[in-house]
Design a protein around this ligand. Sequence first.
Ligand SMILES: [Zn+2]
Length: 577
Amino acid sequence: MAYISNETINEIRNKTDIVDVVSKYVNLTKKGKNYIGVCPFHDDHSPSMSVSPEKQIYTCFSCGATGNVFTFVADFEKISFVQAVSLLGERVGINISGNIKADTKKDDYFDIYEYASKFYQNSLFTSLGKNAIAYLEGRNIDKETIKKFGIGLSIQKVSLTEYLKNKKYSLEKLIDVGLTNENGNDIFINRIMFPIYDLSGNPVAFSGRIYNTKDTSKYINSKETDKFKKGKILYNYHIAKEHLKKNDTIIIMEGQMDVIRASTVGINNCIATMGTALTKDHKNIIKNMADNIILCFDGDKAGEKATVAAIELLEDTGQNIKVVRLPNNMDPDEYIIKEGKDAFLNQIKFATNLVDYKIELLKQNRDLTDIKDISSYVNSVLKELSSEKDDIVVELNLKKIADNFNIDYDVLKNKYQSLKNNKKILPKEVKPKKVYDKYSMAENRLIYYMLKDEKVINMVENRVGYFPTQSIRELSNEIIYYFHKFGIVPVADFISFIADREELLKTLKDILAMDISENFQIEEIEDYIFVINEYHKEMKIAKLNKEIKEEKDPLKQAKLASEIMKLRGGIRNDIRN
Ligand SMILES: [Zn+2]
C-alpha cells in the first residue's frame, strides 16, 4: 500500500467486524458458524454469499466474489481500496485521511458539492431566503426537515460560482461538475435546492425547484456526471438504510418531495427513483435493503405504468412486494397533505398483495358483463394464480371468482391444477465447474492450506521447488514473506497486503471461492507437494513422448524411451518383460 502502513490497515481491520459492516449493506442470517445473505455482486436470487466472523472474509459461492471487509466496501461503494480503508478507519476512530491525500486529491468533486450544499443551505437562512422559508413552511416543511434533507436556496446569477472560485476551483472544473454553465453563470438561480446524495451520503447533484416565479420547468436537475447517474442512485438511500433494521419494509416512491413529506410524518423508510424508471442497478441495491417492498408511485396513469414496470423488474428478487395506488391521481406528497398521516399509514398498512394487484389490473380494458371477456379474464387470472406460491391466496381467489362469476368451483380448481402441472419445471441453472488438472489442484490447495496452517507454510517453503503457475508462485512467496514478517497470516489481513496487486488478488480470490474442505490431513499435503515436484519431470516426459511419436528411426525411439524410463526412476516391469 502506497500511503497507509500495513500495521494501520490491520489495526483498522481488527477493530472492525465484517459481519457488522456487511450487514449494513446486506441482510445477513446466521447459519452455523457463518452468516449468509444475498450477494450484492451478481444478480442473486437466493442467498449465495457467506460471511465468516472467524476468518473475517466473505465468499459468494455463485459468482466467486470474495475478500475482506475493505474489498467488500470498496466493491460495493465503487471506491478504491484505500478509500475503503479510510472510510472504515473513521468508523473506529483511526483517521488516515492525511495519509491518503495524494490518492484522492485527483477528485475534488465531493468537496465542491459539499461546499455548494453548505452554501445553498446558508443562503436559505439569510434575508434573501425569507420568501423561500415562508414557501417551505407554507407546505409544512419545518426547519428540522430542512436541516435533515440539507434543503437550501440558490440566489443570484453568479453567487455560487464566485464563492467556489474563491475556494480556488477553476471555472472549467465548475462547468465540468455541473454547477456552472458555459457563460460562467450558476446553473441554479432562484430555486429551492434539494441535494441528491449518493449511496454513501455524499451530495453529488442537486434538484432545484421554483417557488416564487412562473418558470416553465418546476424542477431542474443537475446534469449526469460520473458521480451522479440517476439509474444508480436512489434518493434518501443513506437515511432509509439506517431506519431499516427495525422496519424491514422499504417504500419506493417517485419524487424526492414524496420522501421528504413522508419523513415529516415520521415515515423514514422511503426511497425515490427521482422520476426515472427503475434500473437493474436500482434492483441490485433494493434487493439487499429489506425483505418487503411497497411500491407507492404517483396515483396517475404514469404511476401505474411505473408500478407495472417495477413489478416486472423486482418480481424475482424473492422479496415480498405490495402495491399502494393512491386515489385521484395524487402523489404521496399531495396525499399526505390532503388526507393526513393516519390515512397514509392506512394505505401502507393495507397495501395490496402482488397477486391481488395483478388480478385487479387484468380487469382493465375488459367488459366483465360480456361472456367472452369474462372467459378471457378468468383464464388470465388462473394463469396468474398458477405461479403463486401461497396456497391460501390461490384458494381465496378461486372462491372469489367462483362466486363473482357464478362458475363451478371444481371447474376452476381443475383448470388451475392443470395449468400448474403444465408449468415447466425449469432446470436449475448449473454453472459448469471449472476443471482443474492435478497440478492446478495441488497448487490451489497448497495455497489454501498455507493460509489455514503455518505447518503448511513451512512445508511449502522447505520442500516445494517451484510452483508451475507464476501467480501461484508469487502468492506463495508473499505468504512466506508475510509469515516471516508478522509471525501469522490471517487471511483477512493478507488480502489487504496484496490488495494493490490485481493479478495476485484475483488468484487468491479464485482460490478462496473454491469448494475446498476446511480440514486436511498432513498426508494430503505430502501428496500435493509430491505432485508439484513431479511437474517438471512430467513435462519433460511429455515432451519426450511427443518426440517418440514423431520419430521414425526405431533406434532413436528406443533411446528416447530409455530416457523416459530414467526419468521415471527405474525400468517398469511391463517394459522389462
Ligand atoms: Zn455473487
